[in-house]
Write a protein that binds this ligand. Structure first.
Ligand SMILES: [Zn+2]
Ligand SMILES: [Zn+2]
Ligand SMILES: [Zn+2]
Length: 364
């Protein structure tokens, strides 16, 4: 199986977009503590009477912001305010800043999207049509938030699925946090991809997609001349649609991390077309089906990275490229990772991609 990496891999891989986010790929066992017990299983029930997010309990959620209904008038997804917001309305208090310690007011918005009426349904079990409607809803809501308040600099959409990924509510849901600042990792992505663009006149994400599709190389041992490793970069492709591609990053932080990107350059999720979102939904469903088949009951975080709003970010249309990062949680970060900032990944991304690609999916 490890034909391409006969001796296993032990190397530090530099993330080409954010070099400070590097990864130690160490496929030898026991480098990283695996969860000793099985992670708490996720709740797969269809309906739970006491769950505030289940149908029939609409009056038990915080105030509803919007919803989408099916033809019979039943809701398919709802957006409600977060009961325990991380950020909130103006508190009118001065940020506590002294010396080098700078703080800012935690101003922003925090909303919950109840993704589906069915309590424990996984993304890969939802229909493509449903996922299409859901991401269209995300797009609309993100746009409304940006328009509503120019102080909001970044609207982060993310999902925690399963207790191992930090989901405190078992009912499937996503979250939107509108921030008064652009998160540091996004700033890094934007800045570094802009630098690449200035030098090469090409988007780094598009370049990585091209490489993922075409590049091939062989590494020989300097003394013996033996083939040490053959890298067929096409091997990083997990799933491909008409308009989207799912890739296993070369420097994957998480064993089963996958990124989904539009094949045609586009910096901003807000400008994705109806046709784009339809294909995105299909690629997402197929990708999540592959993940589920390989790791079974995947618990994960996903988040959307797209061009931030406002001054300082309107010139990155050509250099930035929106994407969804999916990070399944199969192990716990150790002191080494916290202390070094170097993620440890114990499954070679090449092998992980091969296993994901090998899954036979029913054609729809
Ligand atoms: Zn529920
Ligand atoms: Zn691009
Ligand atoms: Zn990103």
């Amino acid at each position: 199986m490890v034909a391409n990496t006969p001796k296993g891999v032990r190397e530090i891989r530099i993330n080409p977009i954010v070099p400070t986010e590097s990864v130690l790929i160490a496929t030898a066992r026991n480098m990283r503590p695996q969860k000793s017990e099985d992670p708490a299983p996720r709740d797969t029930r269809a309906h739970v009477d006491t769950c505030p997010f289940c149908r029939g309990n609409e009056d038990k959620t915080p105030p509803e912001i919007t919803r989408i209904n099916d033809d019979s008038g039943d809701w398919q997804a709802r957006i409600v305010e977060n009961l325990f917001p991380v950020l909130g309305e103006d508190s009118n208090q001065m940020g506590l800043s002294f010396g080098l310690q700078q703080a800012m007011d935690g101003y922003g918005r925090h909303e919950v999207i109840i993704d589906h009426p069915q309590h424990g349904i996984a993304i890969h079990e939802m229909s493509v049509e449903h996922l299409d409607r859901l991401f269209t809803l995300f797009q609309t809501r993100i746009g409304q938030l940006y328009e509503s308040d120019s102080r909001l600099k970044y609207v982060l959409l993310f999902k925690n699925f399963g207790p191992a990924a930090g989901a405190s509510m078992a009912h499937t849901h996503s979250q939107i946090i509108a921030l008064p600042v652009v998160p540091q990792n996004l700033q890094d992505e934007v800045r570094n991809s802009r630098e690449f663009y200035d030098k090469h006149h090409h988007c780094i994400f598009c370049t990585l997609i091209d490489e993922a599709l075409t590049f091939e190389t062989t590494i020989y041992d300097r003394e013996s001349g033996e083939v040490v490793r053959k890298i067929d970069v096409g091997q990083y492709v997990v799933e491909r649609g008409e308009r989207f591609i799912a890739i296993k990053p070369f420097a994957s932080r998480y064993e089963w991390e996958i990124h989904i990107l539009p094949l045609q350059h586009n910096s901003n999720f807000q400008t994705a077309s109806t046709e784009d979102l339809a294909d995105f939904a299909r690629v997402l469903k197929r990708t999540m089906s592959r993940l589920d088949a390989v790791i079974g009951g995947a618990q994960y975080n996903f988040f959307l990275h797209s061009q931030p709003h406002g001054p300082g970010y309107d010139d990155c249309e050509a250099s930035y490229h929106w994407h969804l990062e999916i990070c399944p949680r199969t192990s716990i970060p150790s002191g080494f990772e916290l202390g070094s900032g170097l993620f440890v990944n114990t499954i070679s991304p090449e092998l992980a991609a091969e296993q994901l690609r090998a899954v036979q999916l029913d054609t729809e």
